[in-house]
Design a protein around this ligand. Structure first.
Ligand code: BES
Ligand code: MN
Ligand code: ZN
Length: 508
């Protein structure tokens, strides 16, 4: 089956690196920056200020521009330099400066340029020279911020809300730096395109993103990115013994698909499995959700979207580890054939789960996806899932819960979180709480009450990883936002994509 699926328009944006002097560079909008508290700009900003006859310093004083992170000032250059306008963006306090600050500054600046209807936008790399950041990383973060913030989901709009930016050029006047900037910018572009691709999959309604579609999408992706692909249909899943995943799928008219993508490297030291919750719509089943809480449940495949998008980036960046991307894709619907409270299901590893609540379906589908990963020789398993409302209550929309059974894996993920800006908070996998999910009739039940709801969900998942090093990342909060989070303003965020790519490509 062919899926002519391409909704995103960000690839139309040409991204490049160029050696050029800020005062001689032609574009519609030129982005320069200022640390908080600086009144006399230096560096590239200083050079532009001088060429504009001190206009920037004057405006800083008049407009009380303090350089707070993400605050912007639009300046018309009145023919004094070839750039038609200058966007001055605040970097915040120099002592708080991080790669995430670079992304946010870059994001705020490009939005300002878009408001001013600039088609060609150029920017210096924030913090490469003055902020003490490694130049390639600074360039990467500058490009990530710009491309993530200029994404727009336009597929279902008769006309887009904003004019599209046609090109984004990273400029530097230092030829010695260009190789590093180019390398960083290329990686930034790959990461940002993966983030935006995940957002497109999440934002597309469940009428158009359903298990077969995701499978077709994954196969096309594998073909384009040079990955191996295997898709199991209902009968094949049955033969594999995936009774848990298939129980959730029973209520839907749309057949389930179990998707596996593979990046294989000769002589690789380990195989990392990345597993994404792929519930393309979650009604709650017979334990039906309220209208309000169901409205955004097209986002319940955000983990799957992150895994698929990260797999495309893996195909492009070719890390030296084997990577297996796994998605058990299904809807959670209501019908005469749907699973019921009280049903007992058996997962691929033989363990049984009593269904106490059909709305706790994510963990049921993941039990088979994790069993599969463990049985297929994964040395490490990382799952991403919009798993629990409890995690949203605990941590909000900015930070995901990390549940990990291995100290070394946890430490590496925390480092990757720091670099990538995908925030994680270490949460407890307290074995004592397993008693909350003890069942009278099966090995466990799929809910454990309100207390520590994110932990009891994770404890259930742990039963299916065969004691391998494993991390569960509950992205229920950060996966979808209704207001600006510094990079994304509404909709699917691509949470976890940057983290996965950073983790898988670290040290190369
Ligand atoms: N997909 C939801 C979790 C969710 C909630 C994601 C809010 C994003 C925002 C999941 O399948 C679910 O319904 N979980 C239930 C579990 C409960 C019945 C034990 C929940 O958290 O309410
Ligand atoms: Mn649910
Ligand atoms: Zn769900």
């Amino acid at each position: 089956m062919a899926f002519p699926y391409r909704g995103y328009n960000f690839t139309a944006m040409k991204t490049q690196t160029q050696i050029s002097s800020v005062t001689e560079h032609a574009c519609d909008a030129l982005i320069v920056n200022l640390f908080e508290g600086v009144t006399t700009p230096g560096g590239a900003t200083g050079a532009v200020d001088k060429a504009l006859g001190g206009l920037i310093s004057q405006l800083i004083a008049q407009e009380k521009f303090e350089g707070k992170l993400g605050k912007t000032l639009l300046i018309h250059s009145q023919g004094k330099i070839p750039a038609a306008r200058v966007v001055l963006v605040g970097l915040g306090k120099s002592q708080d400066f991080t790669l995430e600050a670079v992304r946010r500054a870059s994001a705020a600046a490009i939005r300002k340029a878009r408001e001013a209807r600039a088609a060609s936008v150029s920017s210096i790399s924030h913090g490469a020279r003055i902020g003490g950041l490694e130049p390639a990383s600074a360039a990467q973060a500058t490009v990530e911020g710009a491309l993530i913030a200029s994404y727009e989901f336009t597929k279902y709009k008769s006309k887009p809300d904003n004019a599209a930016i046609e090109s984004f050029t990273l400029i530097s006047n230092d030829p010695a730096e260009v190789e590093k900037l180019e390398r960083g910018a290329r990686k930034g572009q790959i990461v940002a395109e993966a983030v935006n691709e995940a957002r497109d999959l999440i934002n597309t309604p469940a009428s158009d993103v359903y298990p077969e579609m995701l499978a077709g999408y994954a196969e096309a992706l594998a073909h384009e990115a040079g990955l191996g692909a295997r898709v199991l249909d209902r009968e094949e899943c049955e033969r594999m013994g995936m009774g848990a995943f298939l129980a959730v799928a029973k209520g839907s008219e749309r057949p389930p698909r179990f998707i596996v993508l593979k990046h294989t490297v000769e002589g690789a030291k380990k195989t990392v499995a990345i597993v994404g919750k792929g519930v393309t719509f979650d009604t709650g089943g017979y334990c039906i959700k309220t209208a309000e809480s169901m409205f955004t449940m097209k986002d319940d495949m955000s983990g799957a979207a992150a895994v698929l998008a990260a797999m495309r980036a893996v195909g492009r960046l070719k890390p030296g580890v084997n990577v297996m991307g796994i998605v058990a894709a299904t809807e959670n619907m209501i019908s005469g054939s749907a699973y019921r409270p009280g049903d007992v299901v058996r997962a691929m590893n033989g363990k049984t789960i009593e269904i106490e609540n059909t709305d706790a379906e994510g963990r049921v589908t993941l039990s088979d996806a994790l069993s599969y990963a463990a049985s297929e020789g994964a040395d490490e398993i990382i799952d991403l899932a919009t798993l629990t409302g409890a995690c949203v209550v605990a941590l909000g929309r900015r930070i995901s819960g990390l549940f990990c059974n291995n100290d070394a894996l946890r430490a590496r993920l925390m480092e990757a979180s720091d670099t990538s800006g995908d925030l994680l908070w270490d949460m407890p996998l307290l074995a004592d709480y397993f008693e909350q999910i003890e069942s009278k009739v099966a090995d466990m039940k799929n809910t454990g009450g309100r207390e520590a709801g994110a932990t009891t969900a994770a404890l259930l998942l742990q039963e299916f990883v065969d004691a391998k090093p494993w991390a569960h990342i509950d992205i229920a909060g950060p996966a979808f936002v209704s207001k600006d989070n510094g990079l994304v303003s509404y909709g699917g965020t691509g949470a976890g994509v940057r983290l996965l790519i950073e983790y898988l490509t670290r040290g190369q």
